[in-house]
Design a protein around this ligand. Structure first.
Ligand code: C2E
Ligand code: MG
Ligand code: MG
Ligand code: MG
Length: 283
C-alpha cells in the first residue's frame, strides 16, 4: 500500500512539474512580445533622504500586464526573462523609458534602474547606456544602476570591467539587496560601488528585533567605514524609519514614503510644484 501511495505521490509531483515547466515556457514565449505589444510599463518609488525627508530620486520598477493573466510579478517573470535572454530587449526598453522620463525632472532628482546579470555581461551594454544618456539628455550623474551581487559572481573579472566602464560614463552603481543571496564582504572591496542598499528583509522590524537591529547597525558602520551611503529598502513603519534616522542611515525607500506608482502620482516632486518638506514626505 505504501508503495502505491509512493508512486501516486511521485506521479503527482511529475504532473505538477510538467505544469510548471509548461507555465514557464508559455510565459517565456509571451515575454518575447510583451514590450512590442505595449504590455510593459514602469512604476516609480521615491527614495528619501532620511535626515531632511526630501525626495532625492526614484527607483524604476517594471510591471507586466499580461493580456489574460493580469499582472505578473517581476519576481516571477524577470528570472524567466533572464534565462531566455528576453531580458536584453526588456532591459533596454526599461533603460530608455526610465532615462527619458527622468530627463524631464528637476535637476537633483536621480533615477535608479535595476540591471540584471545578463545585461551586465552583454558586450553591448556599456555602449547602450552611453547612447541612451546622449539621446535622452539625462546627465550621467543622475543615473544610478542597481546590481545584485549574484549578477557579478558568474564572471567577476568581466563584471568588474563593465562596472568600471559604466562609472567612467559618470553614473553611479548601487549594490542592491545587500545581505541576501551570495553577498560577501569581499564584493564590497572588489567592485566600485557608490551605494549599499540594505535588503528590506533586514529592515522589517528593525525597531523591535535586536538581532536585526545589530545587523543593520553593522551595515551602516560598514558604509561609514567605506565612505558609502546606505539606503534602507522596504521601510513600512514610522518605528522602522525612526530607528534608521537615529542610526544615521542616509536614505530610505518603502511603502511608508510611497508605493511604487505611475509617475504622475509624484508630480509635486517631478514638476517641482510643491517644495519638498517633511510635511508632504508621505504623500
Ligand atoms: P528590488 O530592486 O530589490 O526592488 C524592491 C522591491 O521591493 C520591489 O518589488 C518593490 O515594489 C518592493 N517594495 C518596495 N517598498 C516596499 C515595502 O515597504 N514593503 C515591501 N514588502 N516591499 C516593498 P517589485 O517591484 O515586485 O520588484 C521585485 C524585484 O524585481 C526587484 O527587487 C528587482 O530585483 C526586480 N525588478 C523589478 N524591475 C526590474 C527591472 O526593470 N529590471 C530588472 N532586471 N529587475 C527588475
Ligand atoms: Mg532595485
Ligand atoms: Mg532590493
Ligand atoms: Mg530584489
Amino acid at each position: 500500500r505504501a508503495k502505491s501511495e509512493g508512486r501516486g505521490t511521485y506521479r503527482f509531483f511529475e504532473a505538477r512539474m510538467g505544469v510548471e515547466v509548461r507555465e514557464r515556457r508559455l510565459l517565456e514565449h509571451d515575454l518575447r512580445h510583451a514590450v512590442a505589444r505595449g504590455e510593459m510599463h514602469l512604476v516609480y518609488q521615491p527614495q528619501t533622504d532620511v535626515g531632511s525627508g526630501a525626495v532625492i530620486g526614484f527607483e524604476a520598477l517594471l510591471r507586466w500586464k499580461h493580456p489574460e493573466r493580469g499582472f505578473v510579478s517581476p519576481a516571477v517573470f524577470i528570472p524567466i526573462a533572464e534565462e531566455s535572454d528576453a531580458i536584453l530587449r526588456i532591459g533596454e526598453w526599461v533603460l530608455r523609458e526610465a532615462c527619458r522620463e527622468a530627463a524631464t525632472w528637476p535637476h537633483p532628482l536621480s533615477i535608479a534602474v535595476n540591471v540584471s546579470a545578463v545585461q551586465i555581461h552583454s558586450p553591448h551594454f556599456v555602449g547602450l547606456v552611453h547612447e541612451v544618456l546622449l539621446k535622452t539628455g539625462l546627465a550621467a550623474h543622475r543615473l544610478e544602476v542597481e546590481v545584485t551581487e549574484t549578477a557579478l559572481i558568474s564572471d567577476p573579472n568581466r563584471a568588474l570591467l563593465t562596472l568600471r566602464q559604466l562609472k567612467s560614463l559618470g553614473l553611479r552603481i548601487a549594490m542592491d539587496d545587500f545581505g541576501t543571496g551570495y553577498s560577501s564582504l569581499s564584493n564590497l572591496r572588489s567592485f566600485p560601488f557608490d551605494k549599499i542598499k540594505i535588503d528590506g528583509s533586514f529592515v522589517r522590524s528593525v525597531d523591535s528585533n535586536e538581532q536585526t537591529a545589530a545587523i543593520v547597525r553593522s551595515v551602516l558602520g560598514l558604509g561609514r567605514g567605506l565612505g558609502l551611503p546606505v539606503l534602507a529598502e522596504g521601510v513600512e513603519t514610522e518605528a522602522e524609519f525612526g530607528f534608521l534616522a537615529a542610526e544615521q542611515c542616509h536614505a530610505a525607500q518603502g511603502y511608508l514614503m510611497g508605493r511604487p506608482s505611475p509617475i504622475g502620482q509624484f508630480s509635486q516632486h517631478t514638476h517641482g510644484t510643491v517644495p519638498v518638506t517633511d510635511e508632504n514626505r508621505k504623500r
